[in-house]
Design a binder for this molecule. Structure first.
Ligand code: UDX
Length: 459
């Protein structure tokens, strides 16, 4: 979207002097900041990681996300987006503050909210006029209440000096900016008319574009908004684990999970999305949100066994996949195997909680020599992969990775993998064996070329 498009004009034409602050410039924060800039708002961002903030200020995105770097450079040069020297400066400059800091899990599986609390305290110390603090990070129910309590206590000011609202994000990595600009719903958790009014005004350019107008706008209380987000991610995780369990049953009885998923997805009550069987879900959100939702349920005396089971199914995918490789190759020790795909999903360089981290570690333990390739995530994989390299080679291309390999494992469904010249791949491989952990290759085409193909749940 260019600045001359409707959204940008809609906000800008109002001559609005409001500046929006975004605190925390990670995957959610930077996309939110640039999305708001695309809508025509002036945005100031801040991040405690000085190095990251400086890279962003210099026009360099600290992670790969389609369209982000272009948007960053454009909005920096247009002056729609700037990076503040620190959090307090951004807070003082802005009237609406989006809290986008990290909410990692601690060792016990609970969300560590120390960064959220630190932001609340910094806001309290820098209240130079009315502020609307918007919780964007995924947090447990009632976090907004705590933010409000901290700001009130630390500032000594009444609630009329500020509001705290909840506006969960539903951004998928790889399509995050597109998701921001084309939301399927906007959820606002608010406790005051003023907060509701400001947020509706902020999102007006998007609301005007929503296909069914206001029906996709959900204005609820803050705790409900927090739960919408947590429940959505928990549900998605359960859905993926469900199809993975069905895949295992398909494998045992000789059915094809791809066809079963198609049949299921045609039922409008179920829908076709999130029914792709494979090596399991990863990333920063689904695993973390499912686990913290489980802990919340348990703490409240609610039976969260359903969520626990989804987590268990997902954890078991790694061993299930390694067993599949073992069945294909029989003895693993001493074999050379190519791996295509390390990112937790295509379109990103993110490997947090990616199945590849565990699968690669397990295969190295089994004495397998691995040749790895990912179009984007090699650098991140190296950074996250704790284990000593052992028999590990990082390759410059997909074709390079298969040279001399006795099997090819697919762990991420990057589109470029489907488009490889498989005759050439077959020539280069020592044995034509493919274990497709994402069911993304053309099974028949590979079999016709003489490959032995193993998919997930394709009996
Ligand atoms: C998720 C939510 O979708 C998004 O709304 C939220 O704001 C952030 O968390 P993201 O983590 O980017 O987004 O990835 P998503 O597309 O949800 O995929 C999560 C994981 O599930 C990936 O590892 C993906 O490979 C896996 N997955 C997804 C499957 O294994 N099968 C599927 O059918 C769908």
């Amino acid at each position: 979207m260019s600045p001359s498009q409707p959204g940008v004009t809609a906000a800008a034409e109002q001559g609005d002097a409001i500046e929006i602050g975004v605190l925390g410039l990670g995957h959610v924060g930077l996309v939110t900041a640039l999305g708001l800039a695309e809508l025509g708002w002036r945005v100031v961002g801040a991040d405690d990681d000085r190095e990251k903030a400086q890279r962003i200020a210099g026009g360099e995105a600290p992670f790969y996300e389609p369209g982000i770097e272009d948007a960053l450079r454009r909005h920096l040069s247009l002056g729609q987006f700037r990076v503040a020297p620190d959090g307090p400066s951004a807070i003082r400059a802005a009237q609406i503050l989006f809290v986008c800091v990290g909410t990692p899990l601690d060792r016990s599986g609970q969300v560590d909210l120390s960064q959220v609390e630190a932001v609340a305290r910094t806001v309290a110390r820098n209240l130079n006029g009315y502020k609307l603090v918007v919780e964007k990070s995924t947090t447990p129910a009632r976090t907004a209440e705590q933010i409000e309590r901290v700001i009130r206590r630390d500032s000594g000011l009444a609630n009329s000096s500020f509001d705290v609202a909840v506006n969960p994000e539903f951004l998928r990595e790889g399509t995050a900016l597109k998701d921001f600009l084309n939301p399927d719903r906007i959820v606002l958790g608010v406790e005051s008319e003023r907060a509701a009014g400001l947020l509706v005004r902020l999102y007006r350019p998007l609301l005007e574009r929503l296909p069914e107008g206001a029906s996709r706008l959900l204005v609820v209380d803050r705790t409900t908004a927090e739960l919408v987000k947590h429940a959505a991610n928990a549900f998605l995780a359960v859905k993926v684990s469900f199809i993975n369990m069905v895949a295992d049953i398909c494998e045992a009885v000789g059915a094809d999970v791809e066809m079963v998923a198609q049949g299921l997805g045609l039922d409008p009550r179920i829908g076709p999305e999130f029914l792709r069987a494979g090596v399991g879900y990863g990333g920063y959100c689904l695993p973390k949100d499912l686990r913290s939702f489980t802990r919340i349920g348990e703490a409240l005396g609610v039976d969260a066994g359903l969520l626990e089971a989804a987590d268990r199914v997902n954890e078991a995918r790694v061993e299930r996949f390694v067993e599949k490789v073992r069945r294909a190759l029989w003895v693993l020790r001493g074999k050379t195997v190519a791996v295509w795909g390390l990112a937790f999903k295509p379109g990103t360089d993110d490997v947090r909680e990616a199945p590849s981290l565990k699968i690669v570690a397990r295969l190295l333990d089994e004495g397998v020599a691995l040749r790895l390739y990912d179009p984007r995530a090699m650098g991140e994989f190296r950074r996250h992969f704790a284990q000593a390299p052992g028999q590990l080679v990082y390759c410059s291309s997909a074709v390079e990775a298969v040279r001399g390999s006795e099997a090819l494992l697919i762990l991420t469904e990057w589109p470029e993998f489907r488009e490889q010249d498989f005759s050439r791949v077959r020539e280069l491989m020592a044995l034509p064996v493919v274990v497709d952990g994402r069911n993304c290759l053309d099974r028949e085409a590979l079999q016709n070329l003489g490959f032995e193909y193993h998919g997930m749940g394709r009996g």
